[in-house]
Design a protein around this ligand. Structure first.
Ligand SMILES: *Cc1c(COP(=O)(O)O)cnc(C)c1O
Length: 353
């Protein structure tokens, strides 16, 4: 007797990057921020009254939603919080798509969780190939038959960003379709579609505390959009988990998003280091598309991505590699501190010599 469902037997789950958190590795494989979270967030964490954990947290994370709304320039009714933006993205599938309707559309090379979620929720989907290897083909996406889109901007794992002007034109051109804009890395691009949600009721922007706020271990993400879209997400949350964001997480994330000054400085350090590291990689002969995220997507004309990944791992540096289609030529390298990146460069020089 096989007790597993057809779904559980058949689905290919998302594969997260290796979490080898021992000190032996310079860890540049899962796009974590190399800098600590805001001191304001750290203080809340240190001073948190453990007796509060006796009680359930605010089910809709109201205090945190207020803090996010304030920082993002919207109303709290336009904000939804989840246990990581992965959970928010997951809930978008049952909230906005039907199993027997026109499905979701996304790029063939993008955040691979979209396809896993679509299969998990039984939502049909169509993929659109990137153009010129690295670029989202918005005009091809526009004419795809679908009910809505998932767009990672900047895209993963290429790091390529679409300027606001183009994303707005796209959203405006598909008024009957929902556009879920996954802005996990947008802070490193210094812009956002959030101000557009007032103008476009078909736009939902999803953001996370994991990358630019250095809080990947806290698990919190959020969506900003028209109140009807947000209400749909709340309906789905309350069918699945009433308390997805724990009390400590709500308090810490509210403090982090309130410390705009620290956030800006940490983001600027990563952006500056990204440009330096890209220069070093180009000098070593790598092909590296311009990145607007906190990682670089690099291939070398003489060495396969798998070989570079494996040799770096032997040398104590972890990067990300996929054994799939054109991705196999590349490694995705998270921007670290200058010291971490110097180790990477030194090891790459050794490997290439
Ligand atoms: C990291 C990432 C997320 C999700 O991060 P959470 O830690 O679940 O908030 C979402 N989308 C993309 C494209 C990402 O790279």
């Amino acid at each position: 007797m096989d007790f597993l469902s057809r779904l559980a037997r058949g689905i290919s789950p998302y594969t997260a990057g290796e979490q080898l958190n021992d000190k032996r590795y310079v860890k540049l494989n899962t796009n974590e921020n190399p800098y600590p979270p805001s001191p304001a967030a750290e203080r809340v964490l240190r001073e948190f009254d453990a007796s509060r954990l006796r009680l359930y947290p605010a089910p809709n994370a109201d205090g945190l939603r207020e803090a996010i709304a304030h920082a993002e320039g919207v109303a709290a009714e336009n904000v939804f919080c989840g246990n990581g933006s992965d959970e928010v993205l997951a809930l978008c599938f049952p909230a906005f798509f039907d199993g027997d309707g026109d499905g979701a559309c996304f790029a063939d090379v993008t955040y691979s969780f979209y396809e896993v979620f679509a299969r998990f929720f039984g939502i049909p989907f169509a993929t659109v190939p990137l153009r010129d290897r690295f670029y989202l083909d918005l005009s091809a996406m526009r004419s795809a038959k679908c009910r809505g889109y998932f767009i990672a901007n900047p895209n993963a794992p290429t790091g390529v960003g679409i300027p606001l002007r183009e994303t707005e034109a796209f959203v405006a051109s598909v008024p009957d379709k929902i556009v879920v804009m996954d802005e996990a890395y947008m802070d490193f691009f210094g812009q956002s579609c959030v101000p557009l949600v007032k103008k476009y009721p078909n736009l939902l922007v999803v953001k996370t505390f994991s990358k630019s706020y250095s809080l990947a271990g806290m698990r919190c993400g959020y969506a900003i959009g028209d109140r009807d879209l947000i209400a749909g997400l709340f309906r789905m949350k309350d069918c699945f988990n009433s308390y997805p964001v724990d009390a400590l997480c709500q308090a810490v994330c509210a403090a982090a998003i309130g410390d705009a000054e620290y956030h800006e400085r940490a983001v600027a350090l990563v952006e500056e280091e990204r440009e330096r590291l890209r220069g070093e990689l180009l000098a070593l002969g790598f092909t590296v598309p311009e990145s607007k995220a906190n990682f670089l997507f690099a291939s070398h004309p003489e060495r396969g991505g798998g070989e570079i990944y494996a040799r770096l791992k032997e040398e104590g540096v972890l990067v990300r590699h996929w054994e799939k289609d054109f991705l196999r030529d590349f490694c995705r390298i998270t921007v670290g501190t200058p010291e971490q990146d110097d180790v990477l460069i030194e090891k790459l020089k050794k490997i290439l010599s």
